[in-house]
Design a protein around this ligand. Structure first.
Ligand SMILES: NC(=O)c1ccc[n+]([C@@H]2O[C@H](COP(=O)([O-])OP(=O)(O)OC[C@H]3O[C@@H](n4cnc5c(N)ncnc54)[C@H](O)[C@@H]3O)[C@@H](O)[C@H]2O)c1
Length: 489
């Protein structure tokens, strides 16, 4: 199938690349010329394991192209994904300005050659499917092809008056036979991939959710995903098929429910982490070890062991913004979402915990050198959006500390994106440790599990280690002469 993906970020680029791997003909569109230039040269603008190779093979086979020309790309495609950002506004609402701009541009670009399915993959508030439909229709008002069609049909009916109308009501008019829904349908297909394992998640998702008011839209999307649903494709070397994956469930539903599924999923995952952190904070006070506690209750099949790691709290581009947007949606309907508010509050508080532990261990922070191990919001990505490390670094700098940081991938991105954050970047964990009074594990990169603590301790001023992700064995750290502070243990 011919597919256009608008927005080549973490979601759009991975989606487009994986669909091209399956044999679809995909054009990935972005307004960011730098990104498209890099992609045309075979360089991925984001770090995602395995993505570079898949982009190269898609490009070589001629299945994957990149463009800044939305209009041309829309005309060449049957399925058009909107995968642009929906970042949070200061009010907590989702900023829909990028979605709006794209939807209107699609409306201006449509031709009458075939019926398109416009798919919201961006995470958008409930009701956005209908809103996008309205915006595409607004775009149609400025679309010469559509105006001609209205005019031609109207003329054929010996009624020239319609051809002069360029209002939304004219695009809704059915009496002349030309209907916008012959040109396009809107569907929702929320994305659940995780950065760091985005390719595996795309090829072997837990489910595919399709929201549509019209069977044709749902059927075309089902056809697009057929190789994934039936697992008929040959897996790429970078993403072997897990032994237990044979077919993928498809949840086909209405637009509003599909949109809500995404918010509910993220709110629930954020709840699990905030719950684990709440329990950790109580564990610490009563003398329990949260790792043991979570193991004990996570084995209950009604609860499940995943996403219950206590630590410095969740971050990233999705949880914070999606829970805030859901709170805002609830408020709009006069409902007070007390539980959702608590989830956010617990997470905010949790980001202060490592600093409190440093104060406990070092007493005075002013003038001390603190090393942060990890900057990205989680391992295997360079994504720094709402990363706890940024807030922890800012707090420490504010308190008068000298802050050093080492991230295996995200040093450069941090330097570029946050030039005002006065961090000294190190090229390795060893270089980071030099002259530090304490180091804090902020992101659980695999290599931090295997630090040579004896060597690291040798170059530090004081041997203090705050394990913000509970990845180390406290006894082993203490054996190496460190003061160890975990979370909830
Ligand atoms: N990142 C994730 O892990 C994840 C997971 C699931 C869902 N989502 C959702 O998917 C959406 C996209 O997220 P992301 O992380 O990929 O965002 P991103 O910021 O990485 O990428 C968005 C891209 O859209 C481009 N863009 C903006 N306006 C455009 C326009 N008018 N025309 C063409 N391109 C335009 C930007 O230049 C950027 O490259 C968001 O709604 C997000 O909530 C993200």
């Amino acid at each position: 199938m011919e597919v256009c993906v608008v927005g080549t970020g973490y979601v759009g680029l991975v989606t487009g690349t994986c669909l091209a791997y399956l044999g679809h003909s995909v054009v990935c569109v972005d307004i960011d010329e730098r990104k498209i230039e890099m992609l045309r040269k075979g360089q991925s603008p984001i770090y995602e394991p395995g993505l570079d190779q898949l982009i190269a093979s898609g490009t070589q086979r001629g299945h994957l192209t990149f463009s800044t020309d939305l209009s041309k790309s829309v005309k060449e495609s049957e399925i058009i994904f909107i995968a642009v950002g929906t970042p949070p506004l200061p009010s907590g609402k989702a900023d829909l300005s990028y979605v709006k701009a794209v939807a209107q541009s699609i409306g201006r670009a449509l031709d009458c050659e075939r019926r398109r399915v416009i798919v919201n993959k961006s995470t958008v508030p409930i009701g956005s499917g209908d809103w996008v439909e309205m915006l595409v229709k607004e775009g149609l008002n400025d679309n010469p092809v559509w105006r001609d069609k209205l005019g031609a049909t109207a003329n054929a009916q010996a009624s020239g008056s319609l051809a002069t109308s360029s209002t939304i009501s004219s695009t809704n008019r059915r009496s002349n036979g030309a209907k916008p829904e012959d040109l396009f349908l809107v569907a929702s297909n929320p994305e659940f991939l995780r950065e760091g394992s985005a390719i595996t998640d795309t090829f072997y998702p837990d489910r595919i959710v399709i929201g549509a008011a019209d069977n044709h839209a749902a059927e075309r999307l089902r056809a697009l995903y057929e190789p994934i649903v039936e697992q008929t494709f040959t897996p790429p070397a970078s993403a072997p098929r897990p032994a237990d994956v044979t077919a993928i469930p498809v949840v086909t539903t209405d637009l509003a429910s599909a949109e809500m599924i995404k918010y509910a999923a993220n709110a629930f995952l954020a709840t699990k982490i905030s719950f684990a952190n709440e329990i950790a904070n109580i564990c610490e006070r009563v003398g329990s070890d949260v790792k043991e506690v979570v193991r004990g209750f996570g084995l209950d099949s009604r609860i499940g062991p995943k996403f219950l790691n206590a630590g410095v709290g969740w971050g990233g581009s999705c949880f914070g913004k999606d829970v805030s947007a859901l709170i805002d949606i609830a408020k709009e309907y006069g409902y007070e979402p007390a539980l959702l508010r608590s989830i956010v509050d617990v997470n905010k508080r949790q980001r202060h915990v490592p600093v409190q532990k440093l104060q406990e261990a070092l007493k005075i922070i002013k003038g001390k050198t603190i090393g942060l191990l990890g900057l990205s919001f989680k391992p295997n990505t360079d994504d720094l959006r709402d990363a706890p490390a940024l807030e922890i670094a800012a707090q420490l700098i504010e308190m008068g500390a000298r802050v050093k940081a080492y991230d295996p991938i995200a040093n450069d991105a941090c330097r570029r994106q946050y030039p005002d954050l006065k961090i000294e970047y190190s090229a390795s964990a060893m270089a980071l440790a030099e002259d530090c009074d304490a180091v804090v594990i902020v992101t659980e990169w695999e290599e931090f599990r295997y630090l040579d603590l004896n060597q690291i301790g040798d170059v530090m001023n004081q041997k203090v280690l705050v394990d913000g992700r509970n990845v180390l064995d406290p006894e082993a750290v203490e054996m190496a002469g460190f003061k160890y502070r975990g979370i909830g243990r």
